[in-house]
Design a protein around this ligand. Structure first.
Ligand SMILES: [Zn+2]
Length: 338
């Protein structure tokens, strides 16, 4: 039995036809977790649909109205990059319901795990990049409205920049100088390689939600609104360098900000076999990434909710394995007695 619940609904499936986004991954993750003995059927709980009031905590009434009435313009639908249908709207409302439940679970069990969600490219007034509704932002705003948290930190490890997250939570900002890249590595021998091929870490002060995004710089989205910390990684970054940057970003963020809830967006697409990513992490490196986030959250007693975001490996089974490994990493870290 896992020390936390897995939130899953068959209705997470996105009815988008043949598409680079493997919409069947949620069902496959669920099945693989059971088939491999990682989880039992009773480890899963089924979410409810988010209410329209929940969605409106983040999204504009005009946008929600268009979604509910099927009146997106062709260009708005094109920007979303997935075909509109009422069933698709329902799937996103369900993903948001799952993330709300994951946040509540995290506050109770230390970990709340949505086997879905992480739609970090959705903006208040439009969808982008396979994302219609920003489920993580909805969950944060709902927890704040319910008085369960005051502050939150998003830790976005999808290979693509969390542009919707940054836009939604853009608060009062006091930009500071970028850290010199040579100060970033804190793990192993990454320093030499990084200085030869430097990434960049940008800082800006946040409001009540502190946003961290580690992403490939030369990738979608072209316009990257500032997160509280943006780590712009060069192409081809591998396991050790990535982990050094992540470790540094987490330490830096947690020096500046004390979150009541951490929202880990565990994209599978920094994987070296990803079709839409240009980083070079291994399956093992991605699992170490997950463990690092969980170890930091556990050591500081910060409840953590998990969502999945993207993953476009050439073999869909790799994407499924990466996402399953995130559950295993959380189990291993949070089962430790000491
Ligand atoms: Zn992505």
């Amino acid at each position: 039995m896992l020390p936390f619940k897995l939130i899953y609904s068959p209705d997470y499936f996105l009815p988008i036809g043949a598409h680079v986004f493997p919409a069947e991954k949620y069902r496959r993750i669920h099945n693989q977790l059971i088939a491999t003995g990682v989880a039992e059927p009773f480890d899963f709980v089924t979410p409810s649909l988010a209410s329209d009031q929940d969605i409106l905590l983040v999204h504009t009434p005009q946008y929600v109205h268009k979604l509910k009435t099927g009146t997106l313009s062709p260009s708005e639908e094109m920007q979303m990059e997935i075909p509109y249908s009422p069933e698709l709207v329902r799937a996103f409302w369900m993903a948001a319901g799952g993330s709300i439940l994951a946040a509540e679970d995290a506050l109770r069990d230390r970990v709340g795990f949505n086997i879905g969600g992480g739609f970090h490219h959705a903006f208040p007034d439009h969808g982008e990049g396979f994302c219609m509704i920003h489920d993580v932002a909805v969950a944060i705003r709902r927890m704040q409205k319910d008085g369960k948290i005051r502050t939150a930190m998003t830790v976005d490890c999808d290979v693509h920049h969390g542009n919707g997250t940054a836009a939604i939570f853009a608060g009062m900002r006091t930009p500071s100088d970028p850290l010199p890249s040579t100060s970033a590595p804190a793990v192993g021998s990454a320093a030499g390689r990084l200085s030869a091929n430097p990434g960049k870490m940008r800082h800006a002060h946040a409001g009540d939600v502190f946003t961290i995004s580690l992403h490939q710089h030369n990738n979608y989205p072209a316009w990257k609104p500032h997160s509280s910390i943006d780590v712009d990684l060069p192409d081809g970054v591998g396991d050790d360098d990535y982990l050094a940057w992540l470790d540094n970003a987490l330490s830096s963020g947690l020096r500046q900000f004390e979150p009541d809830l951490m929202c880990y967006i565990a994209g599978a697409d920094p994987y070296r076999e990803d079709q839409l990513g240009g980083l070079a992490l291994s399956l093992e490196g991605l699992k170490r990434r997950d463990e690092l986030v969980f170890r930091v959250a556990r050591a500081r007693n910060i409840p953590v909710m998990v969502t999945y975001a993207g993953g476009y490996a050439r073999k869909v089974e790799d994407t499924v394995t990466i996402h399953c490994n995130t559950v295993i990493a959380a189990r291993d870290v949070f089962s430790l007695k000491t």
